[in-house]
Design a protein around this ligand. Structure first.
Ligand code: PXP
Length: 254
């Protein structure tokens, strides 16, 4: 069973360090250096999305992160045979399975676990057999959660894009999108499934989401990398960590 008193964990998504590197076809900024700074500034893990079109993270990046930082790589990927073979070879600490459309700018919504149940079963079982933590990226929807439970996934990651996009300073208690995430987190926790959340988070939304005690991990990328331009990667991570800890304290008081 999950431990609700644990400190909330931070996964830093470094995809956009690779986006910047690829824009000039150079070998810098170096993603290994970025991962090192992230881990020494308060990140618990490094998330990287190996997309089918390799638009940011490349195969070699994944190999290097896994070998330089054992037990720290959260590999994000689509449920394809190619990605399964890569994951089984690299053996990351965890795999987060996401939907992927070639033309999208970023992961636009959660997986449809309901309609892809059988396909996902064939995908998750071999990962679990190797002891790789499996996570399914879903919208805050109960039927999606039920199928994740049936599939015996270790974790869900709740897509919080709708919450972040609609956030206009509302207090959590007055925000429907926040309440949807909170309800699914509570349900998932009761089912014994570890709860993560991510997508589109900034300082404010991170603070509020961290007040949901059932959420054990947040995965944050674009905002951190954007802030890093102005204050440096280490400082951006320290600041987001502070928001997470403040949010957790807020949750404890309620
Ligand atoms: N979690 C998942 C599963 C994602 O697909 C993404 C985006 O790549 C993130 C977290 C991070 O989102 P953002 O870059 O908007 O912080």
């Amino acid at each position: 069973m999950n431990n609700i008193d644990k400190k909330i964990k931070l996964g830093v998504n470094i995809d956009h360090i690779a986006t910047l590197r690829n824009a000039r076809g150079e070998d810098f900024p170096d993603i290994i250096n970025a991962a090192k700074v992230a881990l020494s500034s308060g990140a618990d893990s490094i998330t990287a999305h190996l997309r089918e079109d390799r638009r940011h993270i490349k195969d070699l990046d994944i190999e290097k992160i896994a070998s330089n930082f054992p037990g720290k790589l959260n590999l994000e990927m689509a449920a394809t045979r190619e990605m399964l073979d890569i994951a089984l070879k690299i053996k990351p600490f965890s795999c987060c399975i996401v939907p992927e459309k070639r033309e999208e700018l970023t992961t636009e919504g959660g997986l449809d676990v309901v309609s892809k149940h059988n396909q996902l079963k064939d995908f998750i079982d071999p990962l679990k057999d190797l002891g790789i933590r499996t996570s399914l990226f879903i919208d805050a929807d109960e039927s999606q959660l039920r199928h994740c439970v049936d599939l015996n996934a270790d974790c869900i990651e709740i897509h919080c894009g709708s919450y972040c996009r609609s956030f206009d300073g509302n207090l959590p208690s007055a925000d429907d999108e926040f309440l949807k995430i909170k309800n699914i987190s509570e349900l998932a926790y009761k089912e014994g499934i570890e709860v993560h959340a991510g997508h589109g988070l900034n300082y404010n939304t991170t603070r509020y989401l961290s007040s949901i005690k059932e959420i054990e991990e947040l995965n944050i990328g674009f905002f951190i990398i954007s802030e890093a331009i102005f204050k440096g990667l280490g400082n951006a991570i320290i600041d987001i960590r502070e928001c997470m800890d403040e949010g957790r304290d807020l949750g404890e008081k309620n």
